[in-house]
Design a binder for this molecule. Sequence first.
Ligand SMILES: [Zn+2]
Length: 495
Amino acid sequence: MTRAAEETRISPEVMARYEPVIGLEVHAQLDTLTKAFCGCSTKFGSAPNSNTCPVCLGLPGALPVLNKKALALAMRASLALGFTLQKRSIFARKNYFYPDLPKGYQISMYELPLATEGSLEITAEGQTKRIGITRLHMEDDAGKSLHEGFADSDTWSYIDFNRCGVPLIEIVSEPDLRTPAEAYAYLNTLKQILEYTEVSDCNMEEGSLRCDANVSVRLRGAEKLGTKAEVKNLNSFRYLTHALEYEIERQIGLLESGGKVTQETRLWNVAAGRTEPMRSKEFAHDYRYFPDPDLLPVTLSDAQIAEVRSAMPELPAAKIARFLRDYGVTAYDAGVLTASRSLADYFEACVKAGAPAKVAANWISVELLRRLNDAGKEIDDCPVAPAALADLLSKVEKGEITAASGKKVFATMFETGKRAAEIVAAEGLAQITDTGAIEKAARDIIAKNADNLAKYKAGNEGVFKFFVGQVMRETRGQANPQTVNEILKKILAES
Ligand SMILES: [Zn+2]
């Protein structure tokens, strides 16, 4: 039971009478070297206020110029999400005051966004569903207010303008999501597509991907939408899930006790584990939008759109279909291997280097991912190159080493970066194929275990496993298990 349910004690029966309605607004930072309208660097972690100029600081007379790469990435994202790109879109000024917004307005798109009517297919709790996406538009980011972390933070706040003018896309979904799990799946699928297309690095810790949620509840079967609250600051998948669970229960609790949901903007308080009112919800007219007189309308030709479309990288769904078709891997493995483009590339490089596809798929999704996870590493930092893994797998396939030894060798490869052949030689792990050696070990074991031999003779088949285990141990796991079985059967029959 979540905290909200404990506080309000809403029974599952009451909860089940309501239907949550959720829409997400996702901001993604476009992966450009320079800002949206000036040449300042977008590098994360630069010294505070070092990446600024008159344009992104909004000094009088400075003129913004649209970053071509940012537009190309926004177009690519639009096409990957099934949007219709608009031939003409307009940058508008969204006016508001905030200390970290030196221009006094954000450059965004309002009446005429870059793209409209997209959609995304998601799978949550075993159900596949298409979620509508209303619009995608470009905008620039604001700076950052730093309220803590300094010796004098009790009296001063600091401002870092480095983020000012960093290019973003905002992707606004339809209120088609019905559960926190669907919202999670939507954000996850969206993130995967933005990463695949290299539109954004989607690094949530660095603020490259941020999410706000519009949440309301209504009685099941009701047509009319309930009053919504917007929850901001959902900058991790965990926060998104927890905040939605909390907010849904809060709103149901309010309605059940005869209260009303207020249309407002709420903030997810991470430490307290609850949403809190931030301000009453502002409306579009509060921002006094008007077309930015310093920027030309964005006009797109058919040729430009066709060019972006033709350069589109393979998307996750297409890659899954291809892996199933070309490599014959299981649906589960196809899903695991395509979770990121880097992992999919790793798998394909491994197959290209000669590894059998199904074997490689299995090793990568089990052994490799487990080791990466334990080491806290990403696939890009994997100490075992795809060709080195392919080399190891071919040794196992050819029977040069046993599968058990293969796993040991892999562990050493992962730790030391050495090649399989070197480790096999150094540790004497080459598979014992000499039947004479195996036979000798088997005879010794049987001779030493007369009591178990008697049991076996008396019909206790289970003892056979004991003998196999002992011989494998004697040969340090390097004997071919098949051969051990055959030899033991033969000797035991003779004994
Ligand atoms: Zn600048």
